[in-house]
Design a protein around this ligand. Structure first.
Ligand code: UD1
Length: 338
């Protein structure tokens, strides 16, 4: 069975490709390295001892993407490729809409043409917007607060409409909560460009001495310690969710959304404390203003993924912190200079 993985060199993509190869799938990666490095592909080979095909292609390049479909017999697609920085999406929305949405339209057009009607899509808990109360279930009303989130929601809608028009499609919309951690080898992990936007890479960069201190965005939320609560999930568990979703789309048709989270929320200060305990490294922090667009608490009800995919997250916050730290301390500059 051959799986095309768009964005397979990226953070979640690389961890998923490792598991696909370990499960003896044939893998074809398409990535343009806009937010990833060729080194991650070498490391995937090193970890698994297996090979895969790679095409350096941006999804907007329809001609180049069509060659991938021409040259290979593809059974299913896992579609990770997309721009994902929330703040940047507010400044340059057209780039986000064009890249994420047009890219997906080109991909699905080729999938239809080459009769590849099975897709697992990287959506996000961001589609639950600001007005729902956690734990979040898949049937809640959806809304977004920034162009990045809007692209995820619009793509979900596009994929559902494709299924309505042709019920031989099979699509899993995976709504990720907050992926953190790294492969336990410490060889692949999250390697953000520039100053990290997200909590865990910021913490690990403070811990490794690259940044002075963490700014905790608000301590006056209605949560147990006033800081924001999120559902952190180990990226290896998240990758395992993709394996189950691939099995599901191979056997059933439909277009279904699944939360991939642990179902447990931890505050920013819980994460800092767990990180310090797991690693024995201090993380200095100050309390700063709330970050615009943030909500107090966001965590999943992951029952549907358990019932319908047979998946649940296994790793706890301590393991997430240990693995994130192993990656950062072994690779202080990420894949740079590797
Ligand atoms: C963010 C995005 C979300 C996206 C997800 C995946 C926003 C508003 N949301 O989720 O759309 O799908 O990333 O990449 O950007 N925090 C600090 N200090 C920091 C960084 C974060 O206190 O330096 C806090 C935040 O206020 C929040 C928590 O840590 O309470 C997690 O933040 P983050 O890792 O950025 O994820 P989300 O905001 O949940």
């Amino acid at each position: 069975m051959t799986i095309l993985v768009t964005g397979g060199a990226g953070y979640i993509g690389s961890h998923t490709v490792v598991q696909l190869l370990e499960a003896d799938y044939e893998v074809i990666i398409v990535d343009d390295f806009s937010n990833s490095k060729p080194e991650s592909l070498k490391r995937i080979k090193e970890i698994t001892g297996k090979d895969f095909k790679f095409y350096e292609v941006n999804l907007l390049n329809e001609k180049a993407l069509e060659e991938v479909f021409e040259e290979n017999k593809i059974d299913a697609v896992i579609h990770f490729a997309g721009l994902k920085a929330v703040g940047e999406s507010v400044s340059i929305p057209m780039k986000y809409y064009h890249n994420n949405i047009t890219g997906t339209l080109i991909l699905t057009k080729l999938m239809e043409k080459y009769d590849v009607k099975k897709m697992v899509f990287s959506s996000s808990a961001t589609v639950y917007g600001m007005n729902n109360i956690s734990p979040l279930t898949e049937d809640l009303p959806l809304s977004t607060t920034n162009p990045y989130g809007s692209t995820k929601l619009m793509i979900e809608q596009i994929l559902r409409d494709i299924y309505v028009s042709d019920s031989s499609w099979s699509i899993a919309l995976l709504r990720y909560f907050n992926p953190i951690g790294a492969h336990e080898s410490g060889r692949i992990g999250e390697d953000p460009n520039g100053i990290p936007n997200n909590l865990m890479p910021y913490i690990t960069q403070v811990a490794v001495g690259k940044r002075k201190e963490l700014a905790v965005f608000g301590d006056d939320y209605d949560t147990h310690d006033g800081t924001g609560v999120r559902d952190y999930i180990h990226v290896v568990d998240l990758a395992a969710g993709h394996m189950k979703a691939v099995e599901k789309v191979m056997k059933d048709t439909g277009a279904n959304a699944y939360n991939l989270g642990t179902g447990t929320g931890y505050s920013v200060l819980d994460v800092v404390k767990n990180f310090e305990k797991a690693t024995n490294v201090k993380v200095p922090y100050t309390i700063a203003d709330r970050r615009p667009g943030d909500i107090g608490a966001c965590f999943s009800d992951a029952t549907k993924a358990y019932n319908e995919l047979g998946w649940k997250a296994e790793k706890n916050l301590e393991q997430m912190c240990e693995d994130a730290w192993r990656w950062q301390s072994n690779n202080p500059n990420g894949y740079e200079n590797a």
